[in-house]
Design a protein around this ligand. Structure first.
Ligand SMILES: NC(=O)c1ccc[n+]([C@@H]2O[C@H](COP(=O)([O-])OP(=O)(O)OC[C@H]3O[C@@H](n4cnc5c(N)ncnc54)[C@H](O)[C@@H]3O)[C@@H](O)[C@H]2O)c1
Length: 327
């Protein structure tokens, strides 16, 4: 069994990853500067929580040493909209924080590091293959602090892997959707499903209603599972893998499935002929497809949830949380 450090462990993905790891019998230290204890209250007590900051090198070294950490999953970051609001903080946490994790792992001989990047790095890329980007395409990130810090992290991890022979994987996430975060960019999608689950008026967010979109977003439980799965693999052939479903869905698939699950649901969807300004440089919502086949063919990963099963799971989750009867 491994001794895991999960940075950003009480965030949306971190919560489900910690649950997966604890259920798999691992020792888990959840390292988060503002631990959201509500988010992890459902996880059995075998989880250790350290309220600490990835920008603090000495705290990071001390926690890794004290807990004999052999695996790190690094998720702590300021996400897209927060990064745009607080750029200086975003560069610090997302770049310096990631460098601290790499250095600490190098100095203390941590066996494996897996960390999160984002397809936001693709930006306005013209892929080699018409309409679909893969890991060999050279990203063309927009200048926002989130995308630029993620591309810096990707290159940093590659350097540490090559220069020091460290076992590092970077997962370039399409998006993780599901319970846990109802604000921010993709958080609005989660809020839409939450409102529908509770029987309230649910308006599908315009950012994800473009006719030509191709969403390979993965259900957050499966994203947690995927990080756990990759962290247990022996050194992989590749360094960086796109993380998403093996086939895309769109807003119509979501609303149709939700209408079947919640026949009384009050859903509203207005399809758009063009992506919104915000979504125009985001692969998936803007119509640029993202090839995720390497995750399946090379790493052998298989998600546990298809779209319908995932929507049903989230509906039940939200209803349970709100004290409503199951559907
Ligand atoms: N959720 C998505 O759709 C998505 C898509 C692409 C990439 N990612 C990446 O996945 C990772 C996790 O995303 P998430 O959706 O769970 O985000 P989140 O915002 O829900 O969680 C991030 C967590 O990091 C913590 N954190 C922030 N700064 C910290 C610091 N300085 N030290 C310690 N902890 C700190 C926060 O308290 C929070 O709990 C991030 O790196 C994000 O960029 C997420």
């Amino acid at each position: 069994m491994g001794n895991y450090l999960v940075t950003g462990g009480t965030g949306q993905i971190g919560t489900f990853l910690c649950e997966e790891l604890v259920n798999g019998g691992h020792n888990v230290v959840c390292y988060d500067f503002k631990p959201n204890m509500d988010n992890i209250s459902r996880i059995p007590k075998r989880l250790t929580v350290e309220a600490a900051d990835v920008t603090d090198t000495s705290d990071l070294l001390q926690v890794i040493r004290k807990n004999s950490i052999d695996h790190i999953v690094h998720l702590a970051a300021l996400v897209l909209l927060d990064s745009m609001k607080h750029p200086a903080k975003a560069y610090q946490v997302n770049i310096i924080g990631t460098n601290n994790v790499m250095e600490a792992a190098r100095l203390l001989d941590v066996k494996k590091v897996v960390f999160a990047s984002s397809v936001s790095v693709y930006g306005a890329l013209k892929p080699k293959r018409e309409g679909i980007a893969d890991e060999d395409d050279i990203p063309n990130p927009p200048s926002d602090p989130y995308s630029t810090s993620k591309i810096a992290d990707e290159l940093m991890g590659k350097y540490y892997r090559e220069a020091y022979g460290m076992d590092i994987n970077c997962m370039r996430i399409t998006a993780a959707w599901g319970p846990g975060r109802y604000w921010g960019y993709t958080g609005r999608f989660n809020d839409f499903v939450r409102m529908a689950s509770l029987g309230e008026d649910a308006v599908f967010p315009a950012d994800f209603a473009y006719k030509g979109e191709k969403l390979r977003w993965m259900y957050v439980r499966d994203v947690g599972y995927c990080f756990s799965y990759v962290s247990e693999l022996p050194r992989t052939k590749g360094y960086l893998y796109n993380l998403g479903l093996d086939s895309p869905f769109n807003h119509r698939d979501v609303t149709e499935a939700l209408r079947d699950i919640l026949p009384e649901g009050r859903l509203e969807l207005k399809e758009l002929d063009e992506p919104t300004k915000m979504s125009s440089t985001v692969a998936g919502p803007n119509g640029l497809d993202v090839d995720c086949t390497r995750l399946y063919d090379e790493l052998g990963f298989r998600p546990r949830f298809d779209l319908r099963r995932a929507l049903r799971d989230m509906v039940e989750f939200e209803r349970r949380k709100a004290g409503l009867p199951p559907i």
